[in-house]
Design a protein around this ligand. Structure first.
Ligand code: ARG
Length: 481
């Protein structure tokens, strides 16, 4: 497309076309309304390309300088909001190129030498996504820090641990929170892994088969701080597996957030009353004056569906596409953008909702979740959470585990009938279940006794939990990875 045609709003593509697109088709095919978000990386890629073209003697130095000047001006125009985006110019690439030619004339028309929009757009998305991955990684680490800091306050806070959402065994609340830290740490590692495959340069693949100009692709990759160069031009322009992988990693982040969200909702319920979250993360009801609804965690749970949906969308977008580039791929952007926006907002809001804000004067966190340790403890007490401890006690006295299990089941039944906890059964009653039971049984029937007994690596004993907190703090101390 020549610059004059680019300037002309009612153009057909070239001399080859006998009629212009209808307005509907124009609107249907245009992507500029959303892909203008790639403008900064589009310019970054073009600058690197032009510099290399000049270094290789493919365009002149003065042309490269004019291109650089023009692109920098365009970048400022876009930042100022002064750039005039035109639907008729279809996408971000053609809009910028047309303006460049308007500004600097023929030199602008030389920028696209040895390049196609196919390798250009693939490069843009990769550059953009690389930056977003780094941003999300930072947010993941902030959320982990918030969880670790809250955990550090609650090493000795006992809550009921659940299986099947039934009270199972007592656990430290810190231990419970640190389970999420593990999940988010893996999510971060997954992103770092995906990043290596995102950070490969398609530019130089041209439309599909490579180019006749003596490009130095490695030069461009170095300029753009990419880890390598796509080694097959057909693959470079056409596959979006890196975006799919990213959406899979993002989906797992959201799945983990969603599990935490579900727990926050439960814990806020009056029948649990384990925690409160700050009012700014809740809303009232328009009819029921007493209500405080956990809208933020609920929305995070809901938005998880949206992110997983984008993953499905991208997978379906890719399947069945013949090599090489197809216009289908233009549909990769909106799901990808929305995934990034949703994950970023969610992580930011969760870090603050859980950890509050850091007071720079005191180094303390303020306004995060408030924990009702008494309610947690009472709930753990209610559910016979130390029944396994009693069974283990009997095993240590020589009973086979299955017999101990049965004996304790009878003890629990009696306690239920009396409406009390195991630790509240008198010694003679306990001894009625088994003669080996002695006074020291009450040590294992206490919640803290139960916690302390699980003192193996990865267990909930406060001594173990403290070690884990120290490990996470050391890991999260560095600004980077
Ligand atoms: N807007 C297009 C996209 O997002 C750019 C590539 C267009 N290439 C083409 N041959 N029509 O994929």
């Amino acid at each position: 497309m020549s610059a004059n045609q680019l300037d002309n709003k009612s153009h057909a593509w070239s001399a080859l076309f006998s009629e212009p697109m209808s307005e509907l088709v124009q609107r249907y095919t245009a992507s500029v309304s959303f892909d203008r978000r790639l403008a900064a990386v589009d310019i970054e890629g073009s600058l690197a390309h032009a510099e290399m073209l000049a270094a290789q003697g493919i365009i002149s130095e003065p042309d490269a300088e004019a291109i650089e000047r023009g692109l920098k001006q365009i970048s400022q125009e876009i930042e100022r909001g002064a750039f005039e985006w035109q639907l008729v110019l279809e996408d971000v690439h053609l809009n910028i190129e047309a303006r460049l030619t308007q500004l600097i004339g023929d030199a602008g028309k030389r920028l696209h030498t040895g390049r196609s929009r196919n390798d250009q757009v693939a490069t843009d998305i990769r550059l953009w996504l690389r930056g977003e991955i780094d941003g999300i990684s930072t947010l993941l680490r902030e959320l982990q820090r918030a969880l670790v800091d809250v955990a550090a306050q609650h090493v000795e806070t006992v809550m009921p641990g659940f299986t099947h959402l039934q009270v199972a065994q007592p656990v430290s609340f810190a231990h419970h929170l640190l389970a999420y830290v593990e999940m988010f740490a893996r999510d971060d590692a997954r992103l770092a892994d995906v990043r290596q495959r995102v950070n490969q340069l398609p530019l130089g693949s041209a439309a599909l088969a490579g180019t006749t100009y003596p490009l130095d692709r490695e030069h461009v990759a170095r300029t753009l701080h990419m880890d390598g160069v796509c080694q097959n031009s057909l693959d470079g322009v056409s596959d979006r597996d890196f975006a799919i992988e990213f959406c899979a990693a993002a989906s797992l982040i959201m799945v983990h957030v969603s599990r935490l969200a579900e727990e926050l909702v439960l814990w806020m319920n009056q029948n649990f009353a384990f925690i409160r979250i700050a009012d700014r993360f809740t809303t009232g009801s328009s009819i029921m004056p007493q209500k405080k609804n956990p809208d933020v965690p609920e929305l995070a749970r809901g938005k998880t569906g949206r992110v997983v949906g984008h993953l499905m969308g991208l997978i379906m977008l890719m399947k069945g596409q013949p090599l090489a580039y197809n216009k289908d791929n233009q549909e990769d952007k909106e799901p990808l953008f929305d995934t990034v926006d949703t994950v970023r907002d969610t992580l930011r809001i969760f870090a603050e909702m859980i950890g509050g804000q850091l007071n720079p004067a005191t180094g303390d966190r303020e306004g995060g979740i408030r924990v009702n340790a008494d309610a947690m403890q009472a709930a753990a007490q209610k559910g016979y959470a130390t029944a396994t401890d009693l069974a283990d006690y009997l095993v240590k006295k020589g009973l086979p585990f299955r017999d101990a299990h049965e004996t304790v089941a009878r003890a629990v039944k009696t306690a239920q009938e009396r409406g009390c906890d195991l630790s509240e059964l008198p010694l003679d009653v306990l001894q009625g279940f088994h003669a080996a039971i002695e006074r020291d049984v009450y040590d294992v029937l206490s919640l803290h006794g139960s916690l302390n007994a699980r003192n193996t690596l990865g267990g909930t004993a406060p001594a173990q939990v403290k070690k884990q907190i120290a490990r996470h703090r050391a890991r999260l101390a560095s600004a980077g990875h």
